[in-house]
Design a protein around this ligand. Structure first.
Ligand code: NDP
Ligand code: 8X3
Length: 252
């Protein structure tokens, strides 16, 4: 029987690449994101390419009622979730602390921490029922070393690190694996979102770098889920060769 992988933020970037990776390796997918048309197109592509069965959940993870109800009421054939890729998230703005926009801070905290918590708890309830599962939390190098103008975004990724450790401890008794994958700079829609559609500023983030691709990150995430059942990677950091941490880069 194919196992079920639940991916949040599957409409773009790491989530979309994970969907393709896990579909190509024979898994069934629950795909979440706000852009319904992208989820539908991805589900159709994966069906045509890999005969993958997908269930789409076009829900904003910030909507506590909607997301928790949808997960609690999954069709019975979709409740045995083996892997959760807890990936939906964003940075909004990059501003000095005293100048930052409070709406940006609220959006990041509501998505990267609160939405993350709603999904994780609802899915871990199903994993506890089945006494099996693996939660892969997408953190960041920004959750390990703070950088200038990173303020609230970095704080949300430090929170992911703390919650990853906390879930690992609290879910031990159910045999559920918990892994943080902390990528460095990767070229996705992340910077375009951060700089609110300003493609010139977004592309400067990767000037002089060969950054990670979303496929690189999906391969690493997939690897963490393929180890023997008694082995768990608790956290893993992956950057391109030219990046040491969230501050030190060697740009050419
Ligand atoms: P993308 O912008 O390409 O993808 C972000 C995904 O998150 C989209 O599918 C988006 O879907 C989804 N998303 C955002 N807000 C919500 C919401 N409220 N509800 C549901 N889904 C939402 O960026 P990445 O793939 O790069 O980012 C994925 C994760 O990786 C994020 O958590 C990010 O912080 C983290 N990260 C990124 C790095 C990078 O350099 N790219 C490095 C380290 C970590 P939609 O808009 O359709 O809702
Ligand atoms: C995304 C990577 O360095 O832009 O988490 O914060 S960074």
């Amino acid at each position: 029987m194919s196992s079920i992988v639940f991916i949040t933020g599957a409409t773009s970037g790491f989530g979309q690449s994970c969907a393709r990776k896990f579909a190509s390796t024979g898994h069934k997918l629950i795909l979440n994101g706000r852009r319904k048309e992208r989820l539908e197109a991805l589900a159709t592509e994966l069906k045509n390419t890999y005969q993958t069965e997908s269930l789409i959940l076009p829900i904003d993870v910030r909507n506590q009622e909607e997301i928790t109800t949808a997960i609690a009421n999954l069709p019975s054939a979709w409740t045995r979730i083996e892997i959760l890729i807890n990936n939906a998230g964003l940075a909004a703005g990059r501003d000095y602390f005293e100048e930052a926009n409070l709406d940006d801070w609220n959006q990041m905290i509501d998505t990267n921490i609160k939405g993350f918590l709603y999904v994780s708890q609802a899915v871990s309830k199903w994993m506890a029922v089945h006494q099996k599962g693996h939660i892969v939390n997408i953190g960041s190098t920004a959750g390990q070393v703070v950088y200038e103008k990173g303020n609230a975004y970095c704080a949300t990724k430090y929170a992911v690190d703390a919650l990853n450790q906390s879930m690992r401890i609290d879910l031990l008794r159910h045999g559920i694996k918990v892994t943080a994958v902390n990528p460095g700079a990767a070229e996705t829609e992340f910077s375009l979102v951060r700089f609110k559609g300003d493609a010139t500023t977004a592309s400067k983030v990767y000037d002089g770098l060969k950054p990670l691709t979303p496929e690189d990150v999906a391969d690493v995430i997939y690897f963490t889920t393929t180890l023997p059942s008694h082995v768990c990677i608790n956290d893993l950091t992956v950057t391109c060769v030219q990046q040491a941490d969230s501050v030190y880069f060697h740009r050419k």
